[in-house]
Write a protein that binds this ligand. Structure first.
Ligand code: NAD
Ligand code: MG
Length: 385
């Protein structure tokens, strides 16, 4: 049986891992929409290879190149933020939401409104929209499958169990490339060093988030929305080998964990095949070669981001959207060489403390307003365009 699929953010790291699995199983899927921000040549190539119905660039100035790349193919093309939402609202069996940042929020919401199944990688969308998104999922009868490896692990460990029986959820964190660095070394860390993750090969933004530990902070908020066990039952443990992807402890003292290679094709395959299983081309885990698994408490002195995320989700309302927006601007400023590494968390904290928080967003437009306003404040603080 053929299933239909759209991939939002098809040219990124998660997009590429998803398409790799589809390429190995071509007859099982009909590709509807593939999107990118720009990367028109790459997107055109993928749209031709997978026989997509439509290819969309978020940045309208790249539409000319996309049209050129797809001329004579019969594949529809479109550009701009509204076009992304229109493509995302074409009914499909599965939407893979793999745009990076709050830029992916409106397209994810458009997919949710169709009531289908959404494999969510785009954690910033859920962090920013929180209850607005989870309410929309319930209202439209949509299904959210977590792609993020930790949340996918938790989702798997919860199967067949009642959420009321959960005593604690443990999110594991690799600790990133700077786990053992001193404060002085962190102050001098470069973008090249920050994007060189020891275990995972990912896009630049999430790689920097892993280095600051903001990725784990965002994931803490993501877990709070996906698995409503209460913040007091959610904790973070540093586990440098990235073999255990997260754990669920039950009230009888049993802890279930999901283990696997550090390759996003494992959690993506779990979403593609859900509720069944499929083959992946990965080497099985070699536990004797790995030898030892170790665990540490996070150091919030050197890596304050997890504290900031916890404080934001405890404050609730607009705070997580402000945290996310400020972080997106600070990470971009760091990657562009405008600010030092340690200023990322400092500036997020400054933006959160700067002014009275706006009221809790009730609609998608409210979230987008909070996001835009926080971005403007962060740009002003960091003196970036
Ligand atoms: P990436 O930078 O490699 O790819 C991002 C994709 O989004 C690209 O296709 C890009 O063209 C598109 N995009 C970027 N900005 C856009 C915009 N303004 N409008 C429309 N499209 C835009 O990122 P990634 O590493 O694949 O991560 C994607 C998402 O998945 C992120 O939210 C990330 O946190 C999450 N995630 C990634 C991994 C991983 O291993 N890479 C793991 C877990 C979660
Ligand atoms: Mg993760």
């Amino acid at each position: 049986m053929t299933r239909s699929i759209s991939i939002l953010g098809a040219t990124g790291s998660v997009g590429a891992s998803t398409l790799d699995l589809i390429r190995r199983n071509r007859e099982a899927w009909r590709v509807v929409a593939l999107t990118a921000n720009c990367s028109a040549a790459e997107l055109a190539k993928l749209a031709r290879e997978f026989g997509a119905e439509i290819a969309v660039v978020g940045d309208e100035s790249c539409l000319g190149d996309l049209r050129e790349g797809l001329s004579g193919s019969g594949i529809e093309t479109a550009g701009g933020a509204q076009a992304l939402c229109e493509a995302a609202s074409r009914p499909v069996d599965l939407t893979v939401a793999a745009i990076v940042g709050c830029a992916g929020l409106a397209p994810v919401m458009a997919a949710i409104e169709q009531g289908g199944t959404i494999a969510l990688a785009n954690k910033e969308a859920l962090v920013s929209a929180g209850d607005v998104m989870t309410r929309a999922v319930a209202q439209h009868g949509a299904t959210l499958l977590p792609v993020d490896s930790e949340h996918n692990a938790i989702f798997q460990c919860l199967q067949g169990n009642a959420i009321e029986d959960v005593a604690r959820i443990t999110l594991t964190a690799s600790g990133g490339p700077f786990r053992t660095w001193t404060q002085e070394q962190l102050d001098a860390a470069t973008p090249e060093q920050a994007v060189a993750h020891p275990n995972w090969d990912m896009g630049a933004k999430i790689s920097v988030d892993s280095a600051t530990m903001m990725n784990k902070g965002l994931e803490y908020i993501e877990a709070h929305h996906l698995f409503p066990v209460g913040l007091e039952r959610l904790r973070i443990v540093v586990h440098p080998q990235s073999v255990i992807h997260s754990m669920v402890e039950y009230r009888d003292g049993s802890t279930l964990a999901q283990l696997g290679p550090s390759d996003m094709r494992v959690p993506i395959a779990s979403c593609l095949a859900w509720p069944q299983r499929m083959d992946t081309p990965l080497e099985p885990l070699d536990l004797t070669a790995i030898g030892e698994l170790s665990f540490f408490a996070p150091d919030e002195q050197r890596f304050p981001a997890t504290r900031l995320a916890r404080e934001a989700v405890e404050a609730g309302g607009a705070a997580p959207a402000v945290l996310n927006a400020a972080n997106e601007i600070a990470v971009a400023a760091f990657l562009a060489g405008h600010i030092p590494f340690t200023r990322i968390a400092l500036s997020v904290e400054a933006i959160l403390q700067q002014s009275n928080l706006p009221p809790a967003p009730a609609t998608l437009d409210d979230v987008l307003d909070v996001d835009q306003a926080a971005r403007a404040r962060a740009r002003e603080l960091l003196e970036v365009a």
